[in-house]
Ligand binder design. Sequence first.
Ligand code: ZN
Length: 439
Amino acid sequence: MGSNVRAGSSPALGTQIKTSVLMRVLACFFILFSFSFSQECLYDYIVKEKCLNDIHYLESYQSSYETFINRGANNFSETYFIPVVFHIVWNQESQNLPDYVIDSQIDVLNEDYRRLNENAIETRDEFLEFAGDANIEFFLANVDPEGNPTNGIVRTYTDREEFLMFEDILSNEITLDEVKFSISGGSDAWDTNKYLNIWVCNIGALDILGLDLGQVYGYAYPPINIDEALSTIEDTTVPDWPVDMLSDDQNVQGVVLHYTAVGRNNPSADEDGMSENNLGRAAVHEVGHYLGLRHIWGDAIAFFGDDGCSVDDGIWDTPNASDQAGYVCDFNKNTCAGDNFGSLDDLPDMVENYMDYSPGACQNLFTNGQINIMRTVLEISRTGLINSEPNLKIDNNISLNSSVLLNRIDIMGRPFLANKGIFIEVYNNGQVKKKINIK
Ligand SMILES: [Zn+2]
């Protein structure tokens, strides 16, 4: 709650070396602080880091966010079905998660985004009126970008033992995105305008000079550069978006998850030494970011004298909170006074919200305000993801690549069955492609 503008948190960037050094030192402090308490999500780090680089990033995102809130979703009654492709980028067998784990992850997403989760009954009474059904469902893609049938799971062996958030601690470059490109040992995105891409890999644990800073379980880029949003900028009323975490690179849009945090039947779940994240809700949280949500506490941290209660997530029906839950399900926690909406004068922190850092077993709701954001983002920013039923129609949905492979033959016209060599592909639209497989 609240509408404070936190422009002051975006230091003016100069080219002076001193400033740059200071920023990096501050960034290191922030990382240290953030990851010693929060282990789930890279989002808040990136948000702050990117703002140090480019103030326009923040403006763009603030404008977009404001538009999402003001515009409102068209309706809540239509179910939006989103096709998902999982890229399993593995080095060790335990990272090559079985299909049943991916199926389980889809189940968790569908339960939580339809409020069909078993623990919905544990939502506290004072929050029941705000908890909603997002009416968004997910399904494994059944057609790939080439128009071929698929199970929606791409498996890629990598010789990289891990993907690090950043290779150079003093650099601002987010190197985790390398998992999204085959040239750097990852797996290339499928058309991010039509598929929700979820990469699963071994995200390297963070440490600085041998000091363990914890494990990142996932991250996602929120949407930006939305023409409709930018055309209605109201500079004077930007909400308090945190600092930036934006990329207009279509090839990196999607979610990255650490392999231990996927699904709720994951045989590798305990390889991270943590049990609070074994219910598949890291994906629920990250998809929330991908659909435009901020952390429920507004990404403020009482740090260097900052008052966390002055920074808000911009959503009216989430109580103000000064900080994250810290992986504790504490129903007595109430870090900010004056939440005067709903039936009580001062609501406690909503630790059961998916966008907090609470144990998965504690999380059980999105609010209607959050749902409004997510559906609006789908309607104006990630429009191509919306399908009216849980399967892709080759003709309608894969419009740019609507050809279907009919046959693969050798140069003599015989069926091509070998693993390598020259072959010809014949498509239903008359297209013929000559290919060489040299593997
Ligand atoms: Zn997060």
